[in-house]
Design a protein around this ligand. Structure first.
Ligand code: NAP
Length: 244
């Protein structure tokens, strides 16, 4: 069945792969971006070329007014949102002793506050239609912690607690809320890491390589499907066995 999906941060990396995967499943997809209008337009064009339907919607997802406008645009152009993927995220890494309050606040706002704002914005419509899938992108850093990522790990741990709580609030209403926690995935975000850091991370995986965005998108796509109706409040690691 074709649904309307919104993927935050859908213009690059894991969000891009997720938007394409959901469109491939027959869903209409809103591809959100903050600054990269060209990248989002390229994703929309790629989906269109493959016979799918998508629009690009710009909004800083940590800004409630911008999110309101985005939600209105998506509802008007595609219909009520039934699948929400809270994927937009940033890092501002540094050891705590040197981490500024600005870097803490910016990461919490983009990664966690946005998840609250976007989830709340779609919830009423999903409750009305008695069907909804919310998939929130966390990180193995949010489960295990990571030196240099106190802000990021706090935001991603927050996403997990938030998701489990909302899942408990709405579980009886035909809506599911789940979390995907990737390990190291080859995107612009990890492109900033040094070769030493990346090879240390790879050596901790069981599969001996970094992940591909499409491998995370496949899990998100499943959790957004009809078949995943009996799965809610769960955290799924897609990390090549890193966390073992
Ligand atoms: P990425 O390649 O850096 O892409 C980030 C995306 O988020 C872009 O589309 C960007 O859009 C968007 N974005 C950033 N700030 C935004 C804002 N304020 N409002 C709306 N969109 C915003 O990142 P990625 O690696 O694909 O990561 C995607 C998610 O997976 C993030 O939540 C990240 O924390 C998580 N994750 C990634 C890894 C990894 O190894 N890559 C591991 C664990 C978890 P613009 O270009 O327009 O700014």
């Amino acid at each position: 069945m074709s649904r309307v999906a919104l993927v935050t941060g859908g213009s690059r990396g894991i969000g891009r792969a997720t938007a394409i995967a959901l469109a491939d499943d027959g869903h209409k997809v809103a591809v959100n971006y903050a600054r990269g209008a060209d990248a989002a337009a390229a994703v929309v064009a790629e989906i269109g070329d493959a016979g799918g339907e998508a629009i690009a919607v710009g909004a800083d997802v940590s800004d409630p007014d911008a999110v309101d406008t985005m939600m209105e645009t998506v509802s008007t152009e595609l219909g009520p949102i039934e699948i929400l993927v809270n994927n937009a995220g940033i890092t501002r890494d540094g050891l705590l002793m040197r981490m500024s309050l600005d870097d803490f606040d910016a990461v919490l706002a983009t990664n966690l506050r946005s998840t609250f704002i976007c989830t709340k914005a779609v919830l009423r419509g999903m409750l009305r239609s008695k069907w909804g899938r919310i998939v929130n992108v966390s990180s193995v850093s949010g489960i295990a912690g990571n030196p240099g990522q106190a802000n990021y790990a706090a935001s991603k741990a927050g996403v997990i607690g938030f998701s489990k709580s909302v899942a408990k609030e709405i579980g009886s209403r035909g809506l599911t809320v789940n979390v995907v926690a990737p390990g190291f995935v080859a995107t612009d975000m990890t492109g900033e890491l040094s070769d030493d850091v990346l090879s240390a991370a790879v050596s901790q995986t069981l599969v001996g390589r970094v992940g591909r965005a499409e491998e995370v998108a496949a899990m998100i796509k499943f959790l957004a499907s009809e078949e995943a109706a009996y799965i809610t409040g769960q955290v799924f690691r897609v990390d090549g066995g890193l966390s073992l």
